[in-house]
Design a protein around this ligand. Structure first.
Ligand SMILES: CC(C)(COP(=O)(O)OP(=O)(O)OC[C@H]1O[C@@H](n2cnc3c(N)ncnc32)[C@H](O)[C@@H]1OP(=O)(O)O)[C@@H](O)C(=O)NCCC(=O)NCCS
Length: 159
């Protein structure tokens, strides 16, 4: 397969990303990642919104927020016609690289408990389950929390 082109999203991508989020991630739960929220993430200096373009247009996106010690993978989706070709794996690796460069220690992600494909995907990428959050999504659906450790924290103890 041709290597997909990964780039940072611009404001013009917000509508397509929000539509993909509603259809492929938030289905059955309402629409919290609407166009305005995606646009705010694109504009946020502590967040990378990365997209994958193929000749047919945008086929995947991932959103990662970078904190001081922890990064949070907030959203990830690949268009159904383009799944199982390694696109999400490349996208997550790309987002993780920025976290690693920034010295971040771990990446955290939540997945719907009714989404075995996402759970299998994250485990394959080296994420380990750290807990289950009851009624995390809209008070009706549990989340599974997973984490990947990038480096072990070395902090000075107070004198
Ligand atoms: C989860 C998702 C992002 C995976 O995207 P993808 O591009 O198809 O994933 P990849 O091709 O990079 O898969 C990498 C590995 O993950 C695992 N994996 C991916 N999809 C899987 C599935 N449906 N079932 C089991 N394992 C799966 C496989 O081990 C795969 O490795 P392999 O190719 O050697 O078999 C995609 O299915 C998707 O967009 N789902 C809907 C949205 C969603 O659930 N997002 C995640 C939660 S926010």
């Amino acid at each position: 397969m041709l290597l997909p082109g990964i780039r940072l999203a611009t404001a013009a991508d917000a509508l397509v990303i929000a539509d993909m989020s509603r259809e492929y991630i938030e289905h059955g739960l309402g629409w919290s990642w609407n166009t305005a929220r995606i646009a705010a993430a694109i504009a946020d200096a502590s967040t990378n919104v990365a997209v994958v373009d193929l000749s047919s247009g945008m086929v995947a996106f991932g959103i990662m927020h970078y904190g001081e010690h922890t990064a949070h993978l907030a959203l990830l989706a690949v268009h159904p016609r383009h799944r199982n070709r390694g696109i999400a794996a490349r996208l997550v690796t790309w987002l993780e690289k920025s976290a690693d460069t920034a010295g971040i220690e771990r990446i955290r992600v939540e997945a719907r408990s009714d989404n075995p494909a996402a759970l299998a995907f994250y485990r394959k990428q080296g994420y380990q389950q750290t807990g289950r959050l009851a009624n995390y999504y809209r008070g009706v659906l549990d989340a599974v929390r997973l984490e990947k450790t990038l480096r072990v924290a070395v902090r000075e103890s107070p004198q």
